[in-house]
Design a protein around this ligand. Structure first.
Ligand code: GDP
Ligand code: MG
Length: 214
């Protein structure tokens, strides 16, 4: 069974979207990235839970300052990967959630990548647990913002495109959500189909009963 998953990357300028796209595509880290104008996407085939998944990742490619253009990127997206920089904090998340809300269907899948965790880990390399606490505090702060904004089911995952940490996790999180949703849709459709069958057989029985000879 093949499934297509189009993911749009959004978040403020310099949070690391292009670097994450490249890390995902080539498993490399880019020291400097260029602000490219226009659409840029990479795709990868992944097998997960017995599904062949064609993953398309769309980088917003320097358009984040021109939010009016973002509507085009959101078109036909199944999922949004919203990025914020752990070193800057999650304060700009509400604005992005509002953008997503304005441009996407209500049931769009969202995961948040808290980027550049390696910088904090480097800063606290002599006190690893303190570095972890700083990261956890930021994730908790982001989760609080999400709750306040009414999003209860969005995971916030720390990532580093430099080390590769958390990169696979964010995509697996989105794929799992997509497949769960797909399975729920399938089950509810099956249920409907079953109900229809029951209805038909019931009405046929009724008809037969009406025509019965004895
Ligand atoms: N240390 C570190 N730097 C990163 C990471 N991700 C991105 N950067 C750097 O942050 C800068 C901005 O990244 P970029 O991907 O262009 O951000 P964008 O504007 O959101 O696309 C670049 O210099 C990247 O090398 C990361 O995980 N760790
Ligand atoms: Mg970029």
């Amino acid at each position: 069974m093949s499934v297509e998953l189009k993911i749009v990357l959004v978040g403020s300028s310099s949070v690391g979207k292009t670097t994450l796209t490249q890390r995902f595509a080539t498993n490399e880290f880019l020291e400097t990235t260029q602000t490219t104008i226009g659409a840029a996407f990479v795709s990868r085939q992944i097998v997960h839970r017995n599904f062949n998944i064609n993953l398309q990742l769309w980088d917003t490619a320097g358009q984040e300052r021109l939010r009016s253009i973002l509507g085009l990127y959101y078109r036909k997206a199944h999922a949004v990967l919203l990025c914020y920089d752990l070193n800057e904090g999650p304060d700009d998340l509400p604005g992005w959630l509002q953008d997503i809300h304005n441009n996407c269907p209500q049931d769009i899948l969202i995961t948040i990548a808290a980027t550049k965790s390696d910088i904090i880990e480097d800063q606290f390399k002599h006190n690893i647990s303190e570095g972890q606490r700083v990261i956890n505090d930021s994730i908790a702060q982001a989760s609080e913002i999400l709750q306040y904004e009414g999003f209860d089911d969005i995971n916030v995952i720390p990532t580093s495109s430099r080390t590769g940490k958390g990169i696979n996790e964010v995509f697996v999180d989105l794929i799992d959500k997509l497949l769960d949703k797909y399975q729920r849709d399938l089950e509810s459709m099956n249920q409907q189909a079953v109900n229809t069958l029951i209805d038909i057989s019931q009405s046929q029985q009724d008809n037969n009963g009406g025509n019965g000879c004895c």
